[in-house]
Design a protein around this ligand. Structure first.
Ligand SMILES: C[S@@+](CC[C@H](N)C(=O)[O-])C[C@H]1O[C@@H](n2cnc3c(N)ncnc32)[C@H](O)[C@@H]1O
Length: 219
């Protein structure tokens, strides 16, 4: 059985409409700038100047919601995209929402804390979901992701970070927002090294700063 922290998040997301507005908590107007920022970040990682760019065969969209990141970003860069999302209603919506179904591989209905990939990926994209994992589970999850990468594969993390430098809890959706130093400590414990890091630009003032990280196992 899942702990209350996870159960509460399941209950929260169960009553959220399967729409862009729903998955972005009323901030759907930032989606275009978000995708622009993610595209530039990815393109720099693919760039020939980068010593070991990932392949573009298959990506995994984690905590995928209705498939926003898959539809507007990942299907533009990868031949196939798998999705993992614990809310079944969101996954059903994703089938209709994503307009190039030939690019969609497997949709897994699972919490990330329980997810064990059965294949390897070039990119594993995690956006606005990792605050729903407890620290110990997040470290385990990152280790699992690291073991599920193809050669030159990358884990991408795109998450809010606090400006207060403190961990902030959200009792409404049962999540936490971590300060940068906390996130860096988790990467270190999971033995991940940062290949690239960038702050998302052009987001409205008054929301959490959003940072993108490209990570690889530190071997
Ligand atoms: C803020 S939405 C972001 C969705 C998507 N990543 C995006 O950027 O459009 C958070 C998503 O995480 C999912 N989620 C919450 N807890 C999760 C967990 N433990 N495992 C997998 N998905 C989870 C929710 O159901 C929801 O779809």
């Amino acid at each position: 059985m899942e702990s209350k922290f996870y159960e509460d998040a399941i209950d929260y997301w169960a009553q959220v409409p399967a729409t862009l507005e729903g998955v972005l908590g009323g901030f759907e107007f930032i989606s275009d700038d978000d995708v622009k920022g993610s595209s530039s970040f990815l393109e720099e990682l693919f760039c020939c100047k980068n010593s070991s760019p990932p392949e573009r065969n298959i990506a995994l969209d984690c905590g995928a919601g209705i498939g926003r990141v898959t539809k507007f970003l990942l299907t533009k860069y990868f031949d196939k995209v798998d999705l993992v999302e614990q809310n079944q209603q969101f996954l059903e919506k994703a089938h209709h929402f994503i307009d190039n179904p030939d690019k969609i591989g497997t949709m897994y209905a699972s919490g990330l804390q329980n997810f064990k990939p059965d294949k390897k990926y070039d990119v594993i994209w995690n956006q606005w979901v990792l605050g729903h994992l407890k620290d110990a589970d997040l470290i385990e999850y990152f280790i699992t992701c690291g073991n599920s990468l193809n050669p030159n594969g990358l884990i991408i993390v795109k998450e809010n970070v606090t400006s207060s430098n403190k961990l902030e809890k959200d009792e409404v959706d049962s999540s936490v927002t971590r300060p940068m130093k906390h996130l860096l400590r988790i990467f270190k414990k999971a033995k991940l090294k940062i290949v690239k890091e960038l702050k998302q630009e052009d987001f409205p003032k008054g929301i959490y700063p959003v940072h993108m990280f490209a990570l690889r196992p530190n071997i």
